[in-house]
Ligand binder design. Structure first.
Ligand code: GCB
Length: 598
């Protein structure tokens, strides 16, 4: 699936803005379907409130029922189709909506989608009127079940002597708030009826001959396809090389390689534009940003363009006040500015694929991405065929969305699954094998919370990623044990596996403004102590087999309420408002000192 872009042949209209909204809290929880709310504007069937799109709906109002709502939420809006689109292919695209979507156009079901973090689209020519307003309705359900990704469960409390009638709770298997809503753009766009449907680009480099190679394959749909012209433009817009046909390669001499910014401070994230023209009476033109770079893994190194790359990074979340997981350009700009301020050269999209606009920035700014699926918290009861098939589908959707991004340098299929049980082996072997088959050019992994001697899935990964909380979940209050633990842990993994190791989480809960000397858990001083101990431990293994460190977390973020969470998870080195805690200065000094050092 191609990201929608305007061109001389493609027009785009955003449907973002204020939509009408109603959470279906009827006793049966399905009044919307019984009464067919999609058949008329929502405001005609009951009360509505204005709802921002994109945004999560949970934190927009002061209504606890909306914040904690579980079930079907309904949205609608109206749109017009411009007359000059009448003879074009018209596509409706949701960049993401969490979790299960049923989309209606003028009361007719146009598409459904399962999953909260990936785009879905369909042609709507058969549903629309050109001379009238069109009604777009979304029924959206955020219920997590044992077969969703992430999985969850609902428990009903039927003892009416202790709980009010109809009381139930959603149990999450992940440590972040289950924000729901239309989280990213909604748009309609038009293309010619014969159009470019998909482009796959695989970069390679011939180092001996100083050649960049972009292997490409283009799919077209409709009519008799005309000639395909493929041109590669440099940053100045000059054509560097061109080819024709739907499959082939572009060869670039003395190429500008795509480098992580810390490996090339002058010219990081170099992107060419691949301009594809499907010639004909009604030509279609699509411009795809592409980068020339390779990724390889040896027994102890992570190589980008054949040079060792050390990931000094963070884990993130899509999370902010008010908008929850809603796309927000100001927030994206602030986050990338703070990533640069920190000297971060890599982040993991913990624990789901992030917005395409975020990945655009990573591509452009030379930030390496570990692209993670929403497979977070998979336990023994989530390993059945239905779960597996859905997981494979999600990997396919992720691959299709992100395959051409030079910033994406590794796939993470899951976070902290119950990978120490036998049943996990066939499940994760299938997911990892499938991902590797889809994309043989990028390493595949998952983050492991188990020990070297109990995990059963690590044998299948390319890079071992481990999440560790020494001095926090174990030996709380004792940062002095961290170095010993990390070193002995590393030693054991290395004895068993000849694979590079990356610490994909470590950190400590830190309430901004809280201090103690000597430091104690939750103070800012303790976070500094904990991170410094990890840093000293890591330094012994950098350049040997350790290929990266990702701090949990870039910023504080919201979680479900719990006795060990203080209005959310406070392991950020930045506050939720993206202001530094003292540990951020420690990290900044460390990461800046690593520039060009790898
Ligand atoms: C983890 C999880 C992450 C949590 C973190 C924590 O291991 O991967 O989702 O938020 O620990 O703070 O407990």
């Amino acid at each position: 699936m191609l990201y929608p872009r305007s061109s001389e042949s493609r027009k785009m209209q955003y449907l973002d803005g204020m939509w009408d909204f109603r959470a279906d809290d009827s006793p049966s929880r399905d009044a919307g379907f019984k009464e067919s709310w999609q058949n008329q504007p929502l405001f005609k069937t009951g009360p509505v409130i204005p709802m921002a799109v994109p945004s999560s709906y949970n934190d927009i109002t002061a209504d606890k029922n909306i914040r904690d709502f579980v079930g079907w939420a309904w949205y609608d809006t109206e749109f017009f189709i411009s007359k000059d689109w009448a003879n074009r292919r018209i596509v409706l695209r949701f960049d993401s909506a969490h979790y299960y979507s049923i989309v209606y156009v003028n009361g007719q079901q146009a598409m459904t989608h399962v999953g909260g973090h990936l785009p879905f689209e369909t042609e709507i020519n058969n549903f629309i009127n050109v001379n009238q307003p069109n009604l777009l309705t979304l029924a959206l359900n955020n219920t997590l079940s044992p077969t969703t990704l992430p999985p969850g469960t609902i428990s009903y409390k039927n003892d009416t002597s202790k709980y009010p009638e109809g009381y139930f709770v959603q149990n999450l298997q992940m440590d972040f708030f289950n924000y729901a809503g239309i989280h990213r753009h909604v748009r309609i766009y038009s293309t010619p009826k014969t159009y470019i449907d998909d482009i796959t680009v695989t970069p390679d480099i011939n180092f001996n001959r100083n050649l960049g190679i972009l292997n490409y394959e283009i799919l077209t749909v409709g009519g008799t396809p005309g000639k395909l012209l493929v041109e590669l433009l440099d940053r100045e817009g000059s054509v560097v090389v061109s080819e024709t046909g739907n499959k082939g390669f572009l060869s670039v001499s003395s190429p500008h390689l795509w480098w992580p910014y810390t490996m090339n401070l002058q010219d990081p994230g170099y992107l060419y534009t691949m301009k594809v023209t499907l010639q004909g009476n009604d030509s279609d033109v699509y411009r795809l940003p592409v980068g020339i770079r390779t990724v390889n893994v040896t027994t102890d190194q992570f190589l980008i363009n054949h040079k060792p790359f050390y990931c000094h990074g963070v884990d993130k979340h899509e999370d902010a006040d008010i908008r929850g997981k809603g796309l927000d350009y100001a927030l994206i700009a602030r986050d990338f500015s703070m990533l640069k301020w920190l000297g971060v050269n890599c982040f993991r999209t913990s624990h789901y694929p992030y917005a395409e606009e975020i990945l655009d920035q990573a591509d452009q700014q030379g930030i390496v991405i570990i692209d993670e699926s929403p497979g977070v918290g998979i336990k023994s009861n989530n390993l059945g065929n239905e779960s597996l098939n859905h997981h494979l589908e999600v990997m396919l959707e992720m691959y299709q969305r992100d395959k051409n991004r030079p910033g994406v340098c590794m796939w993470s299929v899951a976070n902290e699954p119950e990978s120490d049980i036998d049943e996990a082996v066939p499940y994760f072997k299938s997911v990892i094998d499938y991902t590797r088959k889809l994309d043989p050019t990028r390493p595949v992994s998952f983050t492991c919370s188990h020990d070297y001697n109990s995990d059963k899935v690590v044998p299948f990964v390319d890079v071992i990623m481990i999440n560790r909380y020494y001095g926090w979940y174990s030996d709380t209050g004792h940062p002095e044990v961290i170095q010993l633990h990390v070193n002995s842990d590393f030693k054991e993994w290395r004895k068993l596996y000849n694979k590079p190791l990356l610490v994909s989480e470590f950190g400590a809960g830190t309430v901004s403004g809280l201090h103690a000397e000597p430091s104690s858990a939750y103070t800012e001083d303790y976070q500094v102590d904990v991170l410094s101990q990890y840093h000293q431990a890591f330094d012994e293994s950098i350049g040997k087999f350790l290929v990266g460190e990702l701090i949990w977390n870039f910023a504080d973020f919201m979680t479900a309420q719990g006795s060990n969470r203080v209005n959310g998870n406070k392991k950020g080195i930045l506050t939720r408002q993206r202001q530094p805690k003292p540990a951020a200065h420690l990290v900044r000094a460390r990461y800046h000192s690593m520039f060009n050092a790898t």
